[in-house]
Design a binder for this molecule. Structure first.
Ligand code: NAP
Length: 335
């Protein structure tokens, strides 16, 4: 089967398509024939070996042999199941994330997948896994758990005010939509060419970062979801309400200590404040994946697709993502 691997750290030119033996699923794994995947910053960090922290896990000089197969997001059809798998059968369409996703076949732990609802194209589902989970879990970490309810005669509660910085990227396009589904008033920060896109996704207010610096404005937010990684905590704190939350998803810039010191600084600041400052790492969670799949099935959530590349053009897909200005998801199809 065809599989994309990286034997050295580097740019898109380090990727090779090889003929690899098909994986055998472990008892708790599902073998998926992958139809579509996408490129996440997670994949490009693993490819480039930067920030250098990545290499502590993946290998100091070069990726370890068992970590060379690339790709995370998975959308496809179940080909076989391990003995302990209870939720899936051969032929099910599935969505989720795991490892070695840029391959014709990949073995995934059952908990990393859910069934893809009828009518949702596999190509769209290829862009869902990591980005949508990050959006949902990041908003929840910042206290946004669901639309408020109120009874007859009660006053409708104020909608939480959420600011999403980096709203037009893979995570941001899901975050805008999910924050709306969870009942927030959403302000989206993006560049001029993407203002209309984020407004169409449901943002109540849009801010063009090329002309307006949100941290110098007078608006205050209950939750700031920071996906661009290039603003100082002190500046973002200025636009939080007294008990607001700053959730940093985008790694702070820097190849060495920045990605370590940033989260540590947030954790320390949080201890001395009524506000919450936190960095955040998305986790595999079946309930969250199911919630996202349900929204996709209902048509309440859509996948914004920037470009679609077949597997043999994987280098082009990765190069586009590395440009850091993707509009939604860069999809990879495996015909
Ligand atoms: N913590 C986790 O578990 C986790 C998981 C997934 C992703 N992440 C991180 O979250 C971040 C976003 O991921 P992604 O997949 O959405 O990346 P992406 O698809 O590359 O999107 C990046 C977006 O950032 C915007 N942007 C660039 N400079 C900006 C600025 N100065 N102000 C505001 N927006 C700016 C770009 O919009 P324009 O083109 O309009 O500039 C682009 O749409 C990345 O840093 C990634 O590493 C973290």
């Amino acid at each position: 089967m065809r599989s994309v691997i990286a034997e050295t750290y580097g740019g898109p030119e380090s990727l090779r398509i090889v003929d690899a033996p098909p994986p055998t699923p472990a008892p708790d794994q599902v073998l998926v024939r992958v139809a579509a995947s996408s490129v996440n910053p997670l994949d490009t960090h693993e490819l480039t070996g930067r920030p250098y922290l990545v290499r502590i896990v993946r290998g100091l000089r070069a990726p370890k042999p068992d970590g060379r197969a690339m790709g995370s997001d998975i959308a496809g059809v179940v080909e076989a199941v391990g003995d302990q798998v209870t939720r899936f059968a051969v032929g099910d369409r599935v969505v989720g994330f795991g490892r070695a996703a840029w391959s014709e076949l990949t073995a995934v732990t059952e908990s990393g997948l859910v069934r893809l609802p009828e009518g949702v194209p596999l190509v769209d589902a290829g862009g869902v896994g990591v980005a949508a989970i990050t959006a949902l879990q990041g908003l929840r970490r910042g206290g946004l758990v669901g639309p408020a309810t109120w009874g007859p005669g009660e006053v409708e509660p104020m909608r939480p005010r959420v600011l999403i910085i980096g709203a037009s990227g893979g995570v941001g396009t899901f975050a805008v939509q999910i924050a709306k589904l969870l009942g927030a008033h959403v302000t989206a920060v993006t560049s001029t060419r993407n203002l209309e896109l984020v407004a169409r996704l449901g943002a109540d207010d849009v801010i063009d970062y090329t002309t307006t610096e949100v941290t110098r404005g007078i608006a205050r937010f209950d939750l700031v979801l920071e996906l661009a990684g290039n603003r100082r905590r002190r500046d973002l704190a200025r636009i939080l309400t007294p008990t607001g939350s700053l959730i940093a998803c985008g790694a702070p810039r820097g190849q060495w200590l920045g990605p370590l010191l940033g989260p540590a600084g947030l954790a320390i600041a949080s201890r001395f404040s009524r506000r919450t400052y936190a960095s955040f790492l998305a986790k595999r969670d079946t309930d969250d994946l199911q919630r996202i799949a349900d929204w996709l099935g209902e048509g309440a959530l859509r996948v914004v697709i920037d470009e679609v590349h077949p597997l043999d053009r994987i280098a082009d897909a990765v190069a586009h993502q590395l440009g850091e200005h993707a509009r939604g998801k860069v999809i990879v199809t495996i015909p």
